[in-house]
Ligand binder design. Structure first.
Ligand code: ZN
Length: 266
């Protein structure tokens, strides 16, 4: 027996903790090689797709409608609008999507939304950087389309927030949360007509008065996973503009396109 007190293990300094985390991550990467987020075959880089899955995605390339982001057959010049955007101008300025909502895109959205697969979100956010580069460069703040708190609790996290946070991290543009809120649980949009969807989401969003200064006079980039009819994005954009935003652009991972817009022969 000795009288010497048992030396207390000093708490790890913050730098020590970061180093430990870095080592641990390196170890985990080493024992579990990165896999394609969609099909789980081995790939060289984490949070990415294998070549085969990548090739099944339909990327939306320019030229596109300035307001809707839908593809054009041929270049119609800077700022050209599609007949749909002219017939019914959206409440936002510009919208873009990275890919068409085809099978692989649907699978990725599903992995993020229902399987909480964060890696899929990182891969999706990276695909949005190119098509969204002008919108990202011009924005002052980045906001996700919000999920109602009840749904957030059930699903644990907001998939649009994962995309928005990653785009914020890469671009350095501030990510804001608790600015745009959902006021009530909207019915599931599945199986509703366009008009029913619009009714469903109208007045569903709000900016609390104390959060208005965060967006007043600022350009907002609204981020979402899928844009179907655009009713949700439109309701968000209207709410943000009414709360004093200088402008709203919408960046989605996937756009639901008609066969004609996809250039598929009927
Ligand atoms: Zn794959």
């Amino acid at each position: 027996m000795t009288d010497e007190p048992i030396a207390e293990i000093p708490p790890l300094s913050q730098r020590g903790q970061a180093a430990a985390r870095w080592l641990w991550r390196g170890f985990v990467d080493w024992i579990t090689p990165p896999r394609c987020v969609a099909c789980r075959t081995e790939v060289t880089e984490g949070a990415s797709l294998c070549l085969a899955c990548w090739q099944t995605l339909t990327f939306i390339d320019e030229p596109v409608c300035e307001a809707m982001g839908t593809p054009f057959d041929y270049d119609q010049g800077e700022g050209a609008l599609s007949p749909a955007a002219i017939a019914e101008p959206p409440p936002w300025q510009r919208a873009r999507g990275a890919v068409a909502f085809t099978e692989t895109a649907k699978h990725l959205v599903h992995l993020l939304k229902y399987n909480d697969m964060h890696e899929a979100g990182l891969a999706m956010a990276r695909m949005m950087l190119g098509p969204g580069r002008k919108l990202i460069a011009d924005c002052d703040v980045i906001l996700p389309v919000p999920l109602h708190r009840k749904r957030l609790w059930r699903r644990r996290f907001n998939q649009a927030a994962v995309l928005a946070q990653e785009i914020s991290r890469v671009s350095g543009k501030p990510y804001l949360t608790d600015v745009l809120l959902r006021q009530m649980v909207t019915r599931s949009q599945v199986g509703l007509t366009a008009e029913e969807r619009r009714k469903n989401v109208r007045r569903a969003f709000a900016v609390p008065p104390e959060r208005r200064p965060a967006i007043e006079g600022r350009r907002v980039l609204l981020v979402d996973d899928v844009r179907t009819t655009g009713a949700t994005a439109a309701a968000c954009a209207e709410t943000l503009m009414a709360a004093g935003a200088a402008g709203v652009d919408v960046l989605s991972f996937a756009l639901v396109l008609t066969p004609a817009q996809l250039h598929i022969e009927a």
